[in-house]
Design a protein around this ligand. Structure first.
Ligand code: BEZ
Length: 211
């Protein structure tokens, strides 16, 4: 069965560009971003993996560790990293699994045979510090992912794992957030001293909590 939100991210041990590692040990207490790409030495993937590398500090500031997967060999990943550095300005700086036997791809349902039979599609899994899967997204091979959007969702997930809030449509860092309907108005006033505006009893907006 496909991996679903709230599942424990299955652990695996695999060869990567940074040596043999186990997912859970690698992540430790951090959040994780596990993603797959279809193939080394292909155009969209080159731009994406370069951007993930260029934004590594943005992920690190959010306590998120990156790890990529494709069915190419580790040696291929290493050679491709030179092209990524040359064309995108940053070489690979996170582990990339060489999943030649497809064990990780199969474990995570990264191969969608009706789209591409022989390679992984563009999957994204955000994993919380408790190893629970908090986001899954799948893109087809011909559409590159948006790293700003991935970071936006991580910000939203981290906010709602810290405070009893959720984020409205098109939310961005610094925008108002929605107070959990589970809180009474009195509890909301206590929890959110900046106050809130109530559009409906179930739709109460408050400035984004800080910290
Ligand atoms: C690409 O990265 O451009 C790509 C990879 C596999 C299939 C199609 C496109």
């Amino acid at each position: 069965m496909a991996i679903q939100l709230g599942d424990t991210a299955p652990d695996f041990t695999a060869e990567t560009t940074e040596g043999r590692l186990s997912l859970h040990d690698y992540l430790g207490d951090s959040w994780g971003l596990l993603f797959s790409h279809p193939a080394d030495f292909t155009p969209v993937c080159t731009t994406e993996l370069g951007e993930f590398a260029r934004r590594k500090d943005d992920f690190a500031r959010r306590n998120v560790k990156l790890i990529g997967v494709s069915v190419d060999a580790v040696d291929s990943h290493r050679r491709w990293s030179n092209d990524i550095a040359e064309t995108q300005g940053t070489a690979l700086n996170y582990p990339l699994v060489g999943d030649e036997d497809r064990s990780v791809a199969n474990l995570y349902g990264m191969i969608h045979p009706n789209a591409i039979a022989t390679a992984t599609v563009r999957t994204v899994f955000v994993i919380g510090p408790d190893k629970k899967v908090m986001l899954t997204v799948t893109y087809p091979a011909n559409v590159g992912r948006n790293v700003d959007e991935i970071i936006r969702v991580i910000d939203a997930l981290q906010l709602s794992s810290t405070y009893p809030v959720s984020t409205p449509v098109n939310w961005r860092e610094g925008d108002e957030v929605i107070i959990s309907p589970a809180l009474s108005d009195d509890e909301a006033r206590e929890r959110f001293p900046k106050g809130f505006r109530s559009l409906k009893p179930y739709l109460r907006l408050t400035p984004q909590p800080e910290g």
